[in-house]
Design a protein around this ligand. Sequence first.
Ligand SMILES: NC(=O)C1=CN([C@@H]2O[C@H](COP(=O)(O)OP(=O)(O)OC[C@H]3O[C@@H](n4cnc5c(N)ncnc54)[C@H](O)[C@@H]3O)[C@@H](O)[C@H]2O)C=CC1
Ligand SMILES: Nc1nc(O)c(N)c(N[C@@H]2O[C@H](COP(=O)(O)O)[C@@H](O)[C@H]2O)n1
Length: 270
Amino acid sequence: MSSIPSFPDDLAVQFEPYLPSANTNGFPSLTLTFATSLDSALSLGPGIQTQLSGSLTKAMTHHIRTFHSAILVGASTAISDDPGLNSRIQGAKHQPIPIVLDPNARWNITESSRVVQTAKERKGRAPFILVNSQNLDDGAVVERKKMLQNYGGGYIGINVDDSGRFKWETILSMLKQELGIESIMVEGGGNVINSLLEEEGNRRFVDNVIITIAPTWLGKGGVVVSPDRKPDPKGQYTQPRLKEVKWIPMEEDVVLCGKLNASSTLYNGP
Ligand SMILES: NC(=O)C1=CN([C@@H]2O[C@H](COP(=O)(O)OP(=O)(O)OC[C@H]3O[C@@H](n4cnc5c(N)ncnc54)[C@H](O)[C@@H]3O)[C@@H](O)[C@H]2O)C=CC1
Ligand SMILES: Nc1nc(O)c(N)c(N[C@@H]2O[C@H](COP(=O)(O)O)[C@@H](O)[C@H]2O)n1
């Protein structure tokens, strides 16, 4: 994997207000970051890795990765993309720990998975995979766990809720307690991002948002960011709206930065 040229200082300074800072809420600081098309798609379809970021916005993503203790993706992204989940920016001073949400232990991670190769070459960290606690004793999980432990990673069991998902509150507090994670970059895919944005109770965990928008339409059938509109306990839908918004043009793309958790308000129009 070739290294990515360093991110220019004059651009890096513009992102500083959106980098993690110590959180007072007891949870790791969470940055939501992904690349999208003009029709809100992350990829052409489930299982199809689609390049959206240009070279400069890709460098930005790898620069931002170095400021986080962890990067988190869903199992389908791990399976389809076989990602490195490290920072390949020249001179990277810190590598985040990859975290994969995989309640049903679907990802057959092996010695030749890119993230493991990267850890072996000491160009990144070995991943921790979060599974439903009931799957921790599964034979395949036990074997994969042994393999990952050789490189400093592993499997962690968490109980799922009635819908088969982990609660975000549990994910975040467990990552902080067990792995000492203070900041986390959630990169995708659609399922993970939508589950984070659909409920006000989860949106409160999102501190910073950094979205690359590429000048292209992927068309119907793509994996889209479009959370369900779930009403709050009072039966109202509170529109999440970013604050402290900054648009940063970067070659053909534009990067949208903002803050979310500073209590989203009901938007009543101008
Ligand atoms: N453009 C971009 O920046 C990115 C694009 N992608 C693309 O997104 C696509 C994959 O997205 P999706 O199919 O939506 O899958 P996904 O990557 O969101 O994974 C879905 C799986 O993650 C697990 N999961 C999600 N939320 C969970 C929760 N709260 N608790 C427990 N488990 C949970 C479940 O196993 C679920 O089946 C791929 O095509 C990939 O290339 C992925 C990341 C970033
Ligand atoms: N920022 C960004 N731009 C794109 O165009 C993308 N397709 C993605 N995808 C995400 O990046 C992961 C790949 O990471 P590595 O470079 O392999 O470390 C992929 O799994 C998606 O999370 N991101």
